[in-house]
Design a binder for this molecule. Structure first.
Ligand code: XIL
Length: 671
């Protein structure tokens, strides 16, 4: 916190609502308190301490001895000559005693020594080990003894405060070992170190959670308190507490970067919860992106530049405890919708999906599939250039579209088959459903799905449709027809590829559950609608294609019962909206209406000359199911034959619509 944070009423309210411990960002550092010998500046530090006293918020003291922002006068005498270390210690003791005593009543933990260890790998290029200590002026004057002295002075001044050694890159294995060795050596020699502060100036690419976990595990063998003292997660690849860094650019943060940051924060807090016996504090370094020492455009914090919580704030707060301990069963099998010979993606018996992608030079790989609230599953780089990851929990049963985002670019998973959705051929994965039998390819008589091209005067081209002919279609007997529409982003291939409409029909017919009928599936021209303006979509063009061009074509080229009593229209999602509008606009054409996650009819909308034989409305249980149930109830009260159906534990996805077709088909064209 800075003094503005604790003064501005809005920020004060935000602090009081969200935090029970704060740290002064700069105002308790030696350079702020005593920039010149004997010249003390207490005003800012007092303001922050008083804020804590008044509001019952705890204060972490930061920091007593650091090579930066230090009282550099301590090193030299009046003539500018270096002092002896005895003189230096006397000055340091005086400084530490004065500050610690002043805030004893409110500070419960002090960062006593900050950043005394060196960065970099455990071995230098020539194979030798680097000096583990930072080659600072402190070290050059005193060796590592200044560490022991600083802790000793702090303990003298306050026997009760928790005393911390604080550093950045403390999860890096080489630096971790240096920190560990130093703290262990000090503690063994009786130096009063109570805890280790892991600053946590991280970024969206690292450190790995394995390294964080390993560091906490190692530190917790020598200290009982570990504080995350300065947490922020940059959207660049820089890391650490160095005071030189890039300030980022003012530009919209791409979604994939937000996803990486959300995953890094969520995964970190998951590790912290695992170690809740030692992790006693998490402090964010600054209140919001506006205050961030990294500048606004590193977007490093859970509160944005306007002090509004980002999605990451909610992910940190509203974690699902049951997922913390969830362990995926290791019975993964290649997904049934994989490309030939491909092992990945895999699915386990609980419905977890596991992905593995080769992208040796990529910086990030995200799978768009994951549990709610997250932008997907962030994969981790493994050896040999592969990226791997498993969904955080079990997915809903059924079919899911997905894609990969590699360094911000969108790609399909080379392991999975593609299905037309989101106006492109997307990867698809099948989480086996407990009731998958009804759309399985079984040893029953099969109908056929054939492609037709029908002329369309109104659009000036031949248009494509797929026609399902039931097994008993022999070119002589006449059949009723269902016109079945896909949703936004999809096309005429959807109902047979990802919907398995033909298999569902074959199975229903084989079991004698449903009258055989023809299904016609054509492109509903929905993809001209841009997302967000779908309500304004003009269905008239498609009405002409369907009713004035396709229906007559089907009735002349196939053996159909060509009347309203033998014609149905149904559609999913945006195809339901088309169905709704076209059936109402052309009441003489269709006798059965079906909206699958595609809205509802109200009694008042249906003209008295229409009188459909059936209105079927359905959706998934995760899609506001009350709406279809209530609409059906109202229609029934008004005298219509209306049926609603809710697919359990599914959302706006194809298992909902497969099941809906299974429920609707037996109700159509009943003799
Ligand atoms: C930073 C402050 O946030 C900046 O305002 C100041 O200019 C430099 O120091 N590690 C630490 C903190 O321990 O004290 C540093 O704070 C960030 C790195």
């Amino acid at each position: 916190m800075n003094t503005k944070n604790v003064t501005d009423p809005d920020q004060v309210a935000l602090i009081k609502k969200n935090f029970n411990s704060i740290t002064a960002e700069n105002d308790m550092k030696p350079v702020s308190i005593q920039p010149r010998e004997g010249e003390f500046h207490w005003e800012n530090a007092d303001r922050i301490a008083n804020f804590c006293r008044q509001n019952g918020i705890k204060l972490r003291g930061h920091c007593l001895c650091w090579h930066n922002q230090f009282s550099d006068w301590m090193y030299t005498d009046k003539k500018g000559k270096d002092v002896s270390k005895e003189v230096f210690y006397e000055r340091l003791r005086n400084q530490i005693h004065t500050v610690v005593n002043r805030y004893k009543d409110v500070v419960y933990a002090w960062d006593v020594v900050n950043e005394a260890m060196t960065d970099g790998p455990s071995r230098l290029r020539d194979g030798s080990e680097p000096n583990p200590y930072r080659q600072s002026r402190l070290y050059k004057l005193c060796g590592d003894e200044f560490i022991a002295k600083a802790f000793q002075f702090a303990r003298e001044a306050d026997p009760n405060a928790l005393l911390f050694y604080n550093d950045y890159n403390a999860a890096d294995p080489a630096k971790r070992d240096r920190i560990y060795d130093m703290v262990k050596k000090m503690k063994d020699a009786g130096v009063p170190i109570d805890g280790i502060g892991m600053q946590g100036h991280y970024n969206i690419y690292g450190p790995s959670m394995e390294d964080v976990d390993a560091a906490i595990t190692k530190y917790s063998t020598i200290v009982k308190n570990i504080h995350f003292t300065e947490l922020d997660i940059r959207t660049t690849s820089e890391m650490g507490g160095q005071l030189q860094f890039s300030r980022g650019e003012q530009k919209e943060v791409p979604q994939y970067i937000k996803t990486l940051q959300e995953a890094q924060y969520s995964n970190l807090f998951r590790v912290l919860r695992k170690h809740r016996d030692v992790i006693k504090n998490v402090t964010f370094w600054n209140l919001s992106d506006r205050d961030s020492w990294l500048g606004t455009y590193n977007y490093a914090l859970p509160f944005d530049v306007n002090y509004k919580p980002k999605n990451v704030y909610y992910l940190i707060k509203n974690f699902k405890p049951e997922l913390d301990n969830a362990v995926a069963k290791e019975d993964f099998q290649p997904s049934v919708s994989n490309q030939p010979g491909q092992q990945y993606p895999m699915v386990n018996s609980q419905g977890y999906a596991r992905f593995r992608v080769f992208a040796p030079d990529a910086k990030s790989v995200i799978v768009s599939l994951g549990l709610g609230g997250r932008g997907g599953t962030v994969l981790q780089k493994t050896k040999d250039g592969f990226w791997e990851g498993t969904t955080e929990g079990a997915m809903d049963e059924g079919f899911h579209y997905y894609h990969l985002t590699i360094d911000g670019g969108m790609f399909n998973d080379p392991g999975a088959k593609n299905y037309y959705g989101s106006t492109r051929w997307e990867s698809g994965i099948e989480i086996p459903a407990h009731d998958c039998d009804f759309y399985a390819d079984k040893a029953v008589a099969h109908g056929e799905v054939s492609q037709i091209l029908f002329p369309s005067k109104s659009t000036g081209v031949n248009r494509r449709a797929f026609v399902y002919l039931p097994p008993s279609y022999d070119g002589k007997k006449k059949f009723p027809v269902l016109y079945l529409q896909h949703g936004w982003g999809e096309d005429e291939t959807a109902w047979s590829n990802q919907g398995h409409a033909n298999l569902i029909m074959d199975n229903l017919i084989a079991e004698g559950k449903c009258e055989p009928f023809i299904i016609v599936m054509t492109y509903g021209m929905t993809n001209k609608a841009r997302f967000g303006s779908i309500q304004k979509f003009d269905y008239k063009e498609f009405e002409t294609v369907l009713v004035d061009e396709l229906v007559p074509y089907i009735d002349t080229h196939f053996k159909t019962k060509a009347d309203k009593a033998n014609r149905a229209m149904a559609g999913l999602s945006m195809g339901g909206m088309e169905t709704h509008n076209i059936t109402l606009a052309r009441p003489e054409i269709f006798g059965y209406y079906g909206l699958l996650s595609g809205g509802t009819y109200a009694p008042s909308e249906i003209k008295c000359n229409a009188l459909p034989k059936l209105i079927f409305m359905s959706c998934g249980s995760r899609e506001n199911p009350d709406r279809v149930n209530q609409a059906a109830e109202e229609l029934r009260k008004a005298g219509f034959n209306a049926v609603s159906y809710v697919s359990e534990n599914t959302a706006h996805e194809f298992l909902t619509w497969r099941r809906s077709l299974r429920e609707m088909a037996p109700l159509l064209f009943k003799k």
